[in-house]
Ligand binder design. Sequence first.
Ligand SMILES: NC(=O)c1ccc[n+]([C@@H]2O[C@H](COP(=O)([O-])OP(=O)(O)OC[C@H]3O[C@@H](n4cnc5c(N)ncnc54)[C@H](O)[C@@H]3O)[C@@H](O)[C@H]2O)c1
Length: 436
Amino acid sequence: MNRRQFLGAAASLGVGAAMNPYVSRASGLKVGANDKIHVGLIGANGMGFSDLSAFLNNPEVECTAICDVDQNVLARRAAETEKIQGRKVANLYADWRHLIDNKNVDVVIVGTPDHWHCLQEVAACQAGKDVYCEKPLGHSIEECNVMVRAAQKYNRVVQVGQWQRSDPHWQDAVDFVRSGKLGKIRTVRVFSYQGWCPSIPVQPDCAAPEGVDYDMWLGPAAKRPFNPNRFHFTFRWFWDYAGGLMTDWGVHLLDYALYGMDVTTPKSIMATGGKYGYPDDACETPDLLQTIYDFGDFTVLWDHAIGINDGAYGRTHGVAFVGENGTLVVDRGGWEVIPENVNGKQRMEAVPLHEAYGGGGLNLHVKNHLDCIKRRDRNCNASIEIGSHICKFSELGNIAYKTGKRLSWDGTSFHDAEADAYLCAPYRAPWELPKI
Ligand SMILES: NC(=O)c1ccc[n+]([C@@H]2O[C@H](COP(=O)([O-])OP(=O)(O)OC[C@H]3O[C@@H](n4cnc5c(N)ncnc54)[C@H](O)[C@@H]3O)[C@@H](O)[C@H]2O)c1
């Protein structure tokens, strides 16, 4: 049995069981595998290449293929990869389907814009590859469902790019929250203030840059002429391709709110905001948004702004568990507890800042994926079940914003025709939502 047959067979023996996204962490039997793991990257401009670089920090990894619809990106990243691994990347593609067909790719990194994740993750699973898929997992609630079914059906080990799940200080913060020392927690304030993000001015449509297959960039999204705003990086501010900050940062931070509180489904969701900072710029998604998820005896508040840095507690982003004895605040830099002081009486000891440690969340996250691949354990730190749950949870916020309604959600439906119409993103032919 060669290594690839072993990977496939072991997976099918393994871990089909349903997982509660908020109790499980990777654990289990360790099976060593000393062979090379061949990685292929789809979407190389930004985070996809950061992911690949983290994979290449591990001596057993070799990059055998890169695909990008932008030949300029492809050439640049191929040269950089060759420099890192001391060996040419064997296969460079403009069409991602060739990378999926390549038998010399074991693991596919999906680093494309959100509207492509579903088609590429499902195709990779069907081809028997493991997947490192960037967050947010999908571009609609139904895509998330399909993606989970594909990973389960084909028994693939999928890690979602929520790398804070592997950063140990976040876990320490959750352990403290769950200790009960904060007293009853009444609200979890989750905030992302992105002062560095510029407003993007309206620009006219124009010809796509030379070497760019824009139709393949658009893929299942609506056909339209090229516009520089609707391209690298800034695509995230347009509904056709992404969900704005609500899903972009929401999946990272809201995930820890739910994990800390050990909950999954809110009783109701409402949201308000808009283009209050830059009403005339090109972005479609709101530059200011507040979403309230009501869990019956506490709330989770999502609060975001673009162009302002002062979120809360002197931080640009974070998750604050507001308890009756004190508030625990955690962000990418560390965590601390600020005690409640009521009528001159301090209700608990302050906990000074515990700084992030461990060597970097992304490296640890990729290492966790590789370890899970070797022991055929689908229960990665950010398994597809975790990624799907939080992506859907963040989507609820955008749907509440778009409808302007207080919505309730039973896990599959809002029982509201206007809101339910957002469960599925439209697909442009010949692309279709995969059927699994
Ligand atoms: N985990 C994190 O911390 C983190 C950080 C940033 C971005 N992301 C996620 O990574 C994804 C990419 O974001 P980005 O900022 O790197 O975007 P980007 O625009 O910089 O890069 C995307 C790349 O995908 C390529 N591409 C688009 N369609 C393609 C196709 N059909 N086939 C092959 N290549 C294609 C583009 O040409 C581009 O090079 C997004 O889903 C984003 O949310 C995650």
